[in-house]
Design a protein around this ligand. Structure first.
Ligand code: UVW
Length: 322
């Protein structure tokens, strides 16, 4: 190896050999993992933070005229108009009693190509997915830990916005910029709030603004900013019983770990091993402006992805209600 070559990234099986897991904690058939922490009590704890009746929708527009940011290799959703007024211009148009006309359209989309929930079976290593299910159960569609059980349950609890971009005094975090759980706690303290057990963590970087500013150049040397793996961070998520991590980036964590070179190790340490659900590509801008204006960074968080049989993810339009 020359001095300019990087050492090979470790296998996740080795990197995470001593990382905690919640496999079996909610039974051998569990498919929603840490969402089990979101009991009725947690719903009521979230409701207690509704003070003004102010509603923020957290989904990015699908089919944004300025473009839709997606993970490299995925393509943005394509919406096709099937029926519209022109359908009735020519011969052979459908005829309904009374003269009914209508518009229809369809969408061809990656289920992870917009604001979305990842199913717990979406990522894995070592031949096992969440709860120890065999990774072969993903072949042809997720027979286990698909997005369907998450969609059936729904996700409701106390949300807390951690505005890392404002905390660091930046319009957006930089490519490959990292932060830790200690940074999240410091950000919360600066906002005058404390992260509590079982909070839904909603983290703003505003990184995807650069997608609109830079166009295709955005993908050169692609490495998003985000949380960076450490055993202490994983233990913190475990001790805090975090059910759901929501961010405004495409993949929720720094894309390539600067310390060990692996891709998306937290997807595995948090999702595969602890059962923490991940929500990506959220639009946190109006919520963040509101929180900065009134100083209230906690809210009722409510989301339900679409019930897609065998799906490894699903679009969602989460709500933050203050
Ligand atoms: C991958 O898992 C590759 O991406 P995401 O979590 O963004 O869907």
């Amino acid at each position: 190896m020359t001095s300019t070559e990087k050492p090979a990234a470790p296998d996740l099986t080795d990197l995470l050999a001593d990382s905690p897991t919640n496999w079996g904690k909610w039974g051998p058939d569990d498919e929603v993992g840490a969402l089990n922490y979101l009991t009725a009590e947690e719903v009521l704890r979230g409701i207690a933070h509704v003070k003004k009746g102010e509603v923020h929708t957290l989904q990015r527009l699908i089919g944004d005229p300025k473009g839709d940011p997606v993970w490299p290799g995925r393509t943005p959703a394509e919406r096709t108009q099937i029926l519209d007024e022109s359908t009735w211009d020519g011969e052979g148009a459908p005829a309904f009693p009374g003269g009914l006309h209508y518009a229809d359209d369809k969408i061809n989309a990656f289920l992870q190509g917009s604001t979305q929930y990842d199913a717990l079976g979406h990522v894995w290593y070592g031949g096992k997915i969440w709860n120890g299910y065999d990774a072969r159960t993903t072949v042809g569609g997720l027979q286990k830990a698909s997005v369907e059980p998450i969609a059936q349950k729904g996700v409701v609890g106390r949300g807390i916005l951690l505005d890392m971009a404002r905390f660091r005094g930046k319009a957006t975090l930089d490519k490959a910029e990292t932060f830790t759980h200690s940074d999240l706690e410091a950000c919360a303290a600066a906002q005058g709030v404390t992260i509590e057990k079982r909070d839904v963590l909603v983290i703003r970087t505003n990184f995807l603004q650069l997608f609109h500013e830079q166009g295709e150049a955005f993908y050169e040397g692609f490495c998003e900013p985000g949380l960076v793996y450490s055993p202490e961070l994983v233990q913190w998520f475990q001790d805090m019983e975090i059910p759901n991590l929501v961010t405004d980036t495409i993949a929720n964590e720094v894309t390539f770990d600067p310390n060990n070179g692996t891709a998306l190790p937290l997807h595995n340490a948090l999702m595969r091993n602890l059962g923490v659900t991940l929500t990506e590509i959220a639009d946190l801008e109006t919520l963040a402006d509101s929180c900065a204006a009134d100083g209230q960074y906690t809210f009722l968080y409510a989301a339900a992805p679409l019930k897609v049989h065998l799906g490894s993810g699903s679009p969602v339009n989460p709500l933050a209600i203050k």
